[in-house]
Design a protein around this ligand. Structure first.
Ligand code: G4P
Length: 506
């Protein structure tokens, strides 16, 4: 069986994802960090700092790949930006993982962003391990948290341990499987490896733990892998409690690389051909070069450096001479990758989010969505002679997935669409820094966009009547620009033979 575990951490900002990531990497002895774990402290969420990092490094602070090894298992942790403005990127990253850890703040329970991300995982039946973080502080009771997960997410919960006190009374974490209690040590009250078997527990804790153990379903591998049940671990990322248990849970329970959908077909990791799909494109480190790194999730086969793969968007093979293999600790290994691994492929814009790469060019992976933008803006040039540069920039940035671009059928006012405000800030700043184009973003007369599908005749008729509300996206596909969500409903009703789709799969 494959020794790869490719996963992501989902959480609401501040729940402790960064801290947990660091602890996982520390325990695993990270081999390579593509992009650092984001800067600590308040600064990390200040918009200006995000932008500065984007500019200085020329890469977005968004999903990077971190790989570590432990007991013969290779863990690929794909980072997802916690900032909700980057949710589109996060969603796409979640299409490239086989499982996820959901981090919950013990004092706050399920928060909106956790819930949203969870729903994306559920769409794809991504199995979830839950980590209730910060039990070293005062929080909700364990039962309250378990019931909250079960009720709000409609999931079976299976507690795997129990906090021995919380906040001021915190004395460690009991592990149900081993019966041992991990104990805090030293003035910082961290876990440093002290585990007590047959530890005496306060009566109340012993009672609660017993209730938790018998009152909730036992762990069931199949139910977990189907996304119907989540094992719940209590811990503290900051104080190192529960981190080892979490790594072990991923190693033993989390699924190895799963088959990926390609239309009607499921492509198995055992298929003896290298296949993969691009889930992310980043501008390269050096802002003076327009190089990009496309991140490919390998689905099958054994990749070797120099191999020729055909991108679906291009139709002819390209040789992958200088792949970035994130797990490559020593140079010897840097030449191959397996199903489940992520390969960074430098390119000049040939590879786009959603592209399939394969040796035989016979399959197309499906299920990588573009999301209907929630914010639309008109791009107004300060210097109207720069139209060409602007078009190039908008095309590039939409290929990278930073924005979506819509070229209206009538008029020359190009429109950009994003899911979150921060994407707009990044757009303006990158237009200036990389393309020397100064532009203003002004309100657009539209509220949302829908991709249109239908037979050529129906589409043609609709086009004839609605040209003022139609645009083409980067691929030339027809998009209905709606003045309001009501407008979408109205048009859908009037045109039952057309679909107005809020997502587009490439
Ligand atoms: P995020 O990536 O999910 O946004 O969260 P992050 O890890 O940055 O953690 C958010 C805050 O919660 C940080 O404090 C962090 O130190 C704290 N934290 C994380 N895990 C634990 C835990 O297990 N117990 C306790 N008590 N606190 C935890 P901060 O003050 O916002 O940042 P910093 O200045 O301390 O870095």
């Amino acid at each position: 069986m494959s020794n790869r575990r490719t996963f992501a951490i989902i959480s609401h900002p501040d729940a402790g994802k960064t801290t947990l990531t660091e602890k996982l990497l520390l325990q695993g002895g990270a081999i390579h960090l593509a992009g650092e774990v984001k800067a600590r402290g308040q600064a990390r969420r200040a918009r200006s700092d995000w932008m500065k990092i984007e500019q200085q490094r020329g890469i977005s602070v968004t999903s990077s790949v971190m790989t570590f090894e432990r007991d013969g298992i290779t863990f690929n942790l794909l980072d997802t930006p916690g900032h909700e403005d980057f949710s589109e990127d996060t969603y796409r990253t979640l299409t490239a993982v086989d499982s996820a850890i959901m981090v919950i703040d013990a004092a706050k329970g399920i928060e909106p962003q956790t819930r949203k991300l969870f729903e994306v995982c559920r769409l794809r039946s991504v199995p979830i391990i839950t980590f209730v973080n910060k039990v070293d502080r005062e929080g909700k009771s364990g039962f309250e948290l378990l019931d909250e997960v079960a009720d709000t997410l409609a999931l079976d919960v299976s507690p795997q341990g129990w906090p021995v006190g919380m906040g001021g009374t915190f004395q460690g974490v009991l592990d149900f499987a081993s019966g041992e209690v991990s104990r805090p040590e030293g003035p910082s009250k961290e876990f440093r490896g002290k585990r007590e078997a047959d530890a005496a527990l306060p009566d109340e804790v012993a009672e609660e733990a017993e209730l938790a153990r018998i009152g909730y379903p036992e762990f069931d591998l199949e139910a977990y892998r189907n996304g119907d049940l989540t094992p719940v671990y209590f811990g503290s990322a900051l104080k190192n409690f529960g981190v080892t248990e979490l790594i072990e849970a991923i190693a033993t329970h989390a699924p190895p690389p799963r088959p990926q959908p390609a239309g009607e077909e499921q492509v198995s990791p055992e298929r003896d051909e290298v296949t993969g799909f691009i889930f992310k494109v980043q501008a390269n480190m050096d802002p003076n070069h327009r190089d990009r790194i496309a991140f490919m999730r390998q689905v099958s086969g054994t990749f070797k450096r120099g191999m020729k793969l055909t991108p679906s968007g291009l139709g002819k093979p390209i040789a992958i001479h200088s792949p970035i293999l994130f797990f490559a600790q020593d140079r010897e290994l840097a030449d191959t990758a397996e199903a489940g691994d992520i390969i960074g492929i430098p390119n000049h814009g040939t590879l786009r989010v959603g592209d399939t790469l394969s040796e035989k060019n016979q399959i197309r992976f499906t299920g990588l969505p573009n999301f209907a933008p929630e914010i639309l803006r008109r791009v107004v040039l300060k210097d109207p002679t720069k139209t060409k540069q602007l078009r190039k920039a908008l095309d590039d940035l939409s290929e990278e997935g930073v924005i979506q671009v819509f070229y209206p059928e009538i008029g020359a006012q190009w429109i950009v669409g994003v899911v979150g405000q921060l994407q707009l800030d990044v757009l303006v700043s990158r237009l200036e820094a990389e393309y020397k184009v100064e532009a203003n973003l002004e309100p657009a007369p539209f509220a949302t966009a829908r991709w249109l599908k239908g037979d050529a005749k129906t589409l043609g008729e609709f086009e004839g009547f609605n040209r003022a509300n139609l645009a083409r996206d980067r691929d030339g596909d027809l998009v209905f620009m709606a003045k309001s969500p009501w407008d979408v409903g109205y048009q859908q009703e009037k045109n039952p033979d057309l679909t107005f789709s809020a997502t587009k799969e490439r």
